[in-house]
Design a protein around this ligand. Structure first.
Ligand SMILES: NC(=O)C1=CN([C@@H]2O[C@H](COP(=O)(O)OP(=O)(O)OC[C@H]3O[C@@H](n4cnc5c(N)ncnc54)[C@H](OP(=O)(O)O)[C@@H]3O)[C@@H](O)[C@H]2O)[C@@H](O)CC1
Ligand SMILES: [K+]
Length: 505
């Protein structure tokens, strides 16, 4: 699914209106009817609906919703803000239509605003600004937003919480953005909905399909996508009847150190559950028995050091390599990691301490093999690119790094983002907060290693691997609950996740 900028969203509306022989006002009617249905599904007529409408088309939507709710006998009040005297045509039509229905509870605000008393039982419908917002809110509108936010009412935003920019909110004034409980967004989510710090504004969100021109959606270009299950399914390559382990690749996992052998175990177990033919785990001597016992399917290759990764190993026999889980940050390990990178000519995953070690020796960053997959969480990324004040800035810096190194970055978090060297960003929809626990990242590294060893191209491996990792996390949550689930449960859920994705529906 493509994610468009607000400008592109407005172009999509305009294109749909001119090419699909639908009038602008009728497209708005369609949007309003879907919004009304979504509201009526959630709240009954005992709730008072207080509609705050601006003078653009977002306000037009809100006024049409007010009419529809009124005709369904909901108690409705409208506060319409006409501050500049500039009202969109569709907004004007909807004021007229509302009044023609005999609706009288209509307050027009042009300067002084005497706010209605908002109670816990009220539903505020926020139709002040949508995709046309072109600067942060200030002055009177900021005061209205703060008034709504200070109330106990439930807030439903139309298309976007008023005051929230669709993409970059670096220079926004946070207290002047509506804090919605529910955002009913039209056609597609906005990029800013996918950023953690905006959760308090967007609340829960639902996408309403108003039938934007398919042709426009097909041709419009954007670097931002949400990965869909159908796409992921199409990436999976079926096994041939005569498959043997040699065809499914041999991977090398360099992981573990004294006290962190578990990371090597979890990555290896996840790898063995993701279709790899053969796996060798290179780990310090102290972890030999642990890995051998807990992952008997894998071969163990001892480092010459008792406790740390201290000697680069020969990579000739492998189709893919992963370095990092539980490696530790001893100086000898950092130097060995960098040395090992020089001989990585096959697809490579760099995770956890491999990245932390690189961030200490940043001038060696250019040794990262081209097309490598880097899997940092937010902090690991910031160690590489510097502190970021928000998710948009972080994403921009990750894109720069990915382009500079010509590598793939899997930025882990809610909506884990895969950034390609060409600058495309794929947001992953699966997963849940129960996965934010030790070992979860090691599991992902194991999955990615398995996919690369089987010959999946980097982009496909990332999109498929991250999706199935999240899906296994969702299954683990079903089984164990969000509090108790841990990385071992994600590994245990991997067979079902893979099965789910490969079974015909
Ligand atoms: N048929 C259609 O087209 C459909 C449209 N749809 C709906 O339309 C919405 C987009 O409508 P829109 O383009 O009219 O923009 P909207 O968000 O209402 O605001 C524009 C007004 O705000 C003003 N303004 C901006 N920033 C400001 C600020 N900081 N402080 C103060 N004022 C500010 C700006 O003034 P300007 O700066 O341009 O003079 C302008 O007057 C979209 O989100 C969806 O809900 C759907 O129903 C589908 C069908
Ligand atoms: K809004």
């Amino acid at each position: 699914m493509k994610i468009l900028s607000c400008k592109q969203q407005r172009e999509a509306d305009a294109y749909t209106i001119s090419h699909e022989s639908i009038l602008s006002i009728n497209l708005m009617e369609k949007a309003a009817s879907l919004i009304t249905d979504a509201i009526c599904r959630r709240w009954d007529k005992a709730r008072r609906m207080i509609v705050f409408a601006g003078a653009g088309n977002n306000g037009g939507d809100a006024l049409a919703v007010a009419r529809m709710l009124f005709l369904k006998h909901y108690p409705v009040e409208v506060v319409f803000f006409n501050v500049t005297g500039k009202i969109s045509e569709e907004c004007l039509t909807n004021i007229r239509r509302l009044k023609e229905c005999g609706f009288a509870n209509f307050t027009e605000v042009s300067s002084q605003f005497d706010p209605p008393k908002l109670t816990r039982n009220d539903i505020v419908i926020d139709g002040l600004f949508g995709a046309g917002l072109n600067k942060p809110l200030s002055g009177g509108f900021a005061a209205v937003v703060q008034y709504i936010n200070a109330s106990q009412s439930t807030v439903v935003s139309i298309d976007t919480p008023s005051g929230l920019m669709g993409e970059d909110n670096t220079y926004n004034v946070r207290q002047n953005i509506i804090q919605a409980d529910l955002t009913l967004t039209i056609q597609l989510p906005k990029l800013s909905f996918l950023f953690a710090e905006n959760e308090e504004y967007v609340g829960e969100w639902e996408v309403l399909d108003i039938g934007t021109s398919q042709e426009f959606m097909k041709n419009v270009t954007t670097p931002y996508y949400i990965t869909e299950e159908a796409k992921v399914r199409s990436l999976i390559r079926p096994y041939k009847k005569f498959a043997h382990k040699g065809m499914r690749g041999h991977g090398l996992l360099i992981a573990g150190s004294y006290g962190m052998g578990g990371a090597a175990v979890m990555a290896a177990q996840a790898c063995m559950r993701s279709g790899i033919g053969r796996l060798t785990v290179h780990t310090p001597i102290c972890n030999h028995n642990l890995v051998q016992t807990l992952v008997p399917q894998a071969t163990v290759e001892d480092d010459l050091h008792e406790r740390f990764f201290a000697e680069p190993t020969d990579l000739d026999n492998y189709q893919a390599i992963a370095i990092g889980p539980g490696l530790g940050q001893e100086e000898i390990t950092a130097k060995t990691t960098i040395e090992q990178l020089d001989s990585c000519y096959v697809p490579t995953v760099l995770d956890a301490d491999a990245l932390n070690n690189l961030s200490v020796y940043r001038n060696f960053l250019n040794r990262v093999p081209k097309q490598a997959i880097l899997t940092p969480h937010v902090k690991e990324l910031e160690r590489l690119v510097g502190r970021c004040s928000n998710s948009y800035e972080r994403l921009s810096k990750a894109k720069e790094l990915s382009s500079y190194l010509q590598c793939y970055i899997v930025l882990k978090g809610a909506w884990t983002t895969i950034i390609t060297p060409e600058g495309n960003c794929y947001f992953n929809p699966t997963g849940n907060p129960g996965m934010a626990t030790g070992g979860s990242g090691d599991v992902l590294t194991g999955i990615l290693l398995a996919l690369l060893a089987q010959g999946y191209p980097q982009e496909a491996a990332c999109r498929l691997g991250v999706y199935v990792h999240g899906l296994a996390g969702d299954i683990a949550r079903e089984r164990q609950g969000v509090i108790s689930m841990n990385a071992a449960d994600i590994i245990e859920a991997l067979p079902e996740a893979w099965k789910k994705l490969t079974e015909t529906k």
